[in-house]
Design a protein around this ligand. Structure first.
Ligand code: PMP
Length: 455
């Protein structure tokens, strides 16, 4: 297509690899979000805030390992820890010292963590937390919020995308869907009413940043209200801190907002760019993972938890090295400052173009709202405006894809309207990003003018 011609002409080697990939993988990709029309880039190397593709292009990277690399690619302490572990072995099929240190670090950093269990991913962590809540309360249902993402297992695969009326995946039995109740993310009264009349609720799970990594941010007051409502009704409050953990504060969103959940789920930064997840929380709930002498307990009451790659030594090495650096206190403020500077700079470009867009976000995440301006845009560091979550989650796929293609053509790779900022995204990288953004908007305005709403 014409508006993608620069992208297609500029990436012949990626195009070739994609032609092979479609013969191997459904739609040619190994993660839905990496799917891109007309084809994705293939990356061969990364360092700091940059990465290079097989066509030799350099990019400023705003994927940052899907948000797991707040230190940037190949941070020396993490690389050293990995090499050192590689020399000793990658999997002992046994307990090992690093897992103990890694687990202790999580307990030291996270306010509500009395016990922790490692999993292999964030999806597994939310799966485990929900099971724990059910086992602990003896109840079945869970409440979740529209537009909050918790991985892709059955219990959380409904209510993710607008219009929020169907499960967001096929293959989930209908009777199973009845155990998940999805509510609007901005109405605690609805939750209060529901908790009053529905006696079979085991847990409320949410992203404490607000849905999709803070696309629709939440207030501390809202989180406090959820804490009170769940305390009053004996429902387990689960914070999905896969994104916010070790990013919003060393102790995650619960430290940042001063609200303690019963259980928390972690992944991403937890393992410093390698696979890994965890559930942490109250001892009395985590005790449902305990193996006891009592065979009846083991078979009927406890949560089964195997998993070949739980706390694998390489993830433990990179995770521990990462958390130790975060603990020193410099990383998070720097990443936050970089994100603030990026939002500010992008909003200036948006204003120059006179388009109805906005860069917003909290802490070290940047979201781009397309055709949805924000009244506080100039100083927007949260995006807590009066906008409507249904509109935010309702995206224009053509505009978004074209935006990604054009940004790539100008040397910036991002998940699209959703950018992960590290402590190394500073200085001239921000200026280069602003130039790419400026050129991208110019290109899009000329090629897709009907996709821009007037300001
Ligand atoms: N919860 C949240 C808030 C997430 O953002 C994600 C992944 N982006 C997950 C859970 C699932 O984690 P994973 O991809 O490691 O399974």
């Amino acid at each position: 297509m014409d508006f993608q011609k620069d992208y297609i002409e500029g990436h012949p080697a990626s195009r070739k690899l994609y032609q092979r990939a479609v013969q191997i993988f459904p739609s040619g990709v190994t993660h839905d979000a990496r799917f891109l029309k007309p084809f994705p880039i293939y990356v061969s190397r990364a360092q700091g805030a940059r990465k290079w593709d097989v066509d030799g292009h350099e990019y400023i990277d705003y994927w940052m390992g899907h948000g797991s690399l707040i230190l940037g690619h190949r941070y020396p302490d993490v690389v050293d820890a990995l090499y050192s572990q590689l020399e000793k072995g990658t999997h002992f099929g046994a307990c090992h010292e690093l897992e103990v240190e890694w687990g202790k670090k999580v307990i030291d950093l996270v306010p509500s963590a009395e016990r922790v269990r490692f999993t292999a991913s964030g999806t597994e962590a939310t799966l485990m937390a929900i099971r724990l809540a059910r086992a602990y309360t003896g109840k079945k249902k869970i409440i979740r919020f529209f537009g909050h993402y918790h991985g892709w297992h059955d219990a959380v695969s409904t209510g993710i995308f607008p219009p929020f009326d169907l499960p967001d995946s096929a293959g989930i039995p209908e009777q199973f869907l009845k155990t998940t109740i999805a509510l609007p993310p901005d109405d605690p009264k609805l939750l209060e009413d529901l908790l009053e009349k529905e006696q079979d609720v085991a847990a409320v799970i949410l992203e404490p940043s607000g849905g999709f990594s803070g696309s629709f941010p939440l207030t501390t007051e809202y989180l406090k209200t959820l804490r009170e409502l769940t305390d009053q009704t004996g429902v387990v409050l689960i914070f999905d801190e896969v994104v916010t953990g070790f990013r919003y504060a060393p102790g995650g969103a619960q430290e940042y907002h001063g609200v303690k959940p019963d259980l928390s789920c972690f992944a991403k930064i937890l393992a410093g760019g390698l696979p890994g997840g965890a559930v942490a929380g109250k001892r009395e709930i985590m005790a449902y993972l305990d193996l006891k002498e009592d065979a009846e307990w083991n078979r009927k009451k406890r949560i089964l938890h195997p998993g070949t790659f739980n706390a694998n030594p390489l993830s433990a090495a990179s995770g521990l090295a990462t958390l130790k650096i975060i603990e020193q206190g410099e990383v998070i403020p720097k990443a936050n400052q970089n994100a603030h500077d990026i939002r500010y700079t992008l909003n200036r470009v948006i204003n120059r173009h006179g388009i109805n867009w906005c860069a917003h976000g909290e802490n070290s995440i940047v979201h781009i709202l397309m055709n949805h301006s924000c009244p506080k845009q100039d100083t927007c560091d949260r995006g807590l405006c009066t906008y409507d979550y249904r509109r935010i989650y309702h995206k224009d796929p053509l505009l978004l894809t074209s935006f990604r293609d054009a940004m790539l053509t100008h040397g910036v790779d991002s998940v699209g309207d959703h950018w992960w900022i590290s402590w190394v995204h500073s200085g001239d990288l921000i200026d280069k990003t602003a130039d790419a953004f400026d050129q991208t908007i110019t290109t899009l305005k000329s090629r897709l003018s009907d996709r821009f709403e007037n300001q």
